[in-house]
Structure formats: C-alpha cells, structure tokens
Design a protein around this ligand. Structure first.
Ligand SMILES: Cc1ncc(COP(=O)(O)O)c(C=O)c1O
Length: 235
C-alpha cells in the first residue's frame, strides 16, 4: 500500500512519485510495509544501519540510556556515554588526534571541520581562507558542503551562494602525480587552510577509488605547507 505523504522527503521527486511506501516495522535486513509485504533494505538506510535494523544489543543500549538520560545541554556539560565513546574513538585514531567533536550529520560535520580550519588560522594570527578540494567529491548538501563538492545539476540553483575553492584533479590510475603536483603548487602561497578529501573512495562521485599511497603523499604535502587535512569519511 502506498501513502500520500505530507512530508517533503529527501531526494524524492514528489511530482513523479506522489505516493510512497509506508513502513510499519523494521527487522534485521527487512522493512515491513502496511500491506504485510517486506522489502530487503539492501542500501541499509543509506549505509547507516550496518548491523541490521533493531539489532538487540543496540536496542538494549538505547533503552538503558534513555531510562536515565535524554537530551542534555552539551555546552559546558557532559555525560558518561559521550566520554566513553570519545575515549574509544581517540584510542582508534592515529597519535595526535586526541579530541572529539560530536556533530549530527555528515554535512554538519564537514561544516564544522571547515569552520575549525578557518578558525584555527585566525586564532594563531595567520589567517588562511582557501579550501582545496578533490575533483568529483561529494561532501553534503548545505551551502558550505556544496561549495567544497563537485558542481552540477543538484547544486546549480545555489551557485551564487557557493564559495570559490581550489580543485586538484581526481587521482585517477596512472595520473596520480598530477594530483600531487597540483596540490603542491596550490600550497606554495600558504593561503590554503585545508585540503578536504574523501579518503580512498569517492562514493557519490561514482565509487571512484584511489590508492592509499596518494593519500599519504597528500598528507605529507599538507604537513609541509602547514595546510590542514580534513578526511571526510561520512556516509
Ligand atoms: C563523503 C560524504 N560526506 C558527506 C555526506 C553528507 O552526509 P549527510 O547526508 O549525513 O549530511 C555524505 C553522504 O552520503 C558523504 O558520502
């Protein structure tokens, strides 16, 4: 059964699809519809339900936490689950990445990273305001993240608001050196606050892949010029 939704759903063409399926139950890999049929959720709700829907351990953890904590102000306050997750993330991260900032989506985390990069250079008294991006990248759908992502049909309407960036070519097989040379050339004047990349796989750009050694070299060039490296692994 299909429902005429009163909601504007993301990435949904309502003019072409006025009625959409309504889900009443989620279970493992399946979404159950109102008519009793089920759909295999092969996209895992856009890659976020990687352990399956309503995994018992995750449901139990949500239930336990919700019985003692709901939303609390995070400015100047903390709680044990936030501390525990931050410790676990820092343990996993390479040495030197010792702090965690929680955001609420891929787009907002990229916005935060861009703001941190610009804020850092302003705070040390040597402002830099350019952002370097890799061709074909996707970083989200807010104004800032569209600015650092590939331009095209989905963001053409917002072009007047998007800020200018410096672009390095995608590190295609056999042409990796062009990417590195371009980044090195851009870095020379030390106006770039950050290089933002999707590490190794450009998902929305068409599952384009480049090798780990390119990422290591980009990191070395960034370090040599004092440019920050933002690794956007949100999916
Ligand atoms: C690499 C990358 N960055 C950012 C985003 C945006 O994430 P969100 O849709 O949670 O804002 C995505 C979403 O697919 C992504 O793949």
């Amino acid at each position: 059964m299909m429902t005429q939704s009163r909601v504007w759903h993301p990435f949904t063409q309502h003019a072409l699809e006025p009625a959409i399926p309504e889900i009443v139950l989620t279970e493992g890999a399946y979404l159950h519809k109102t008519d009793g049929s089920r759909i295999l959720d092969a996209i895992s709700s856009w890659w976020v339900v990687t352990h399956g829907h309503r995994h018992p351990r995750i449901m139990k953890a949500i239930e336990t936490t919700a019985s003692r904590l709901d939303q609390i102000i995070f400015a100047g306050f903390t709680h044990e689950p936030a501390q525990r997750l931050a410790e676990a993330l820092v343990d996993l991260a390479p040495p030197g990445l010792d702090w965690v900032f929680y955001s609420d989506s891929g787009s907002t985390s990229v916005e935060v990273a861009l703001k941190m990069a610009l804020g850092y250079f302003r705070n040390i008294g040597a402002p830099r305001s350019r952002i370097v991006v890799m061709e074909h990248s996707y970083h989200g759908d807010t104004i800032g993240t569209m600015s650092v992502g590939a331009r095209g049909v989905f963001n053409a309407a917002y072009e007047p608001l998007l800020f200018e960036v410096d672009t390095v070519p995608f590190a295609a097989a056999g042409r990796e050196q062009e990417t590195l040379d371009r980044f090195e050339a851009i870095s020379l004047d030390r106006r770039a606050a950050a290089l933002i990349v999707e590490p190794l796989v450009l998902g929305a750009g068409g599952m384009l892949m480049y090798p780990a050694w390119v990422l290591s070299e980009l990191k070395k060039i960034a370090e040599a010029s004092g440019t920050l490296l933002i690794a956007d692994d949100s999916d």
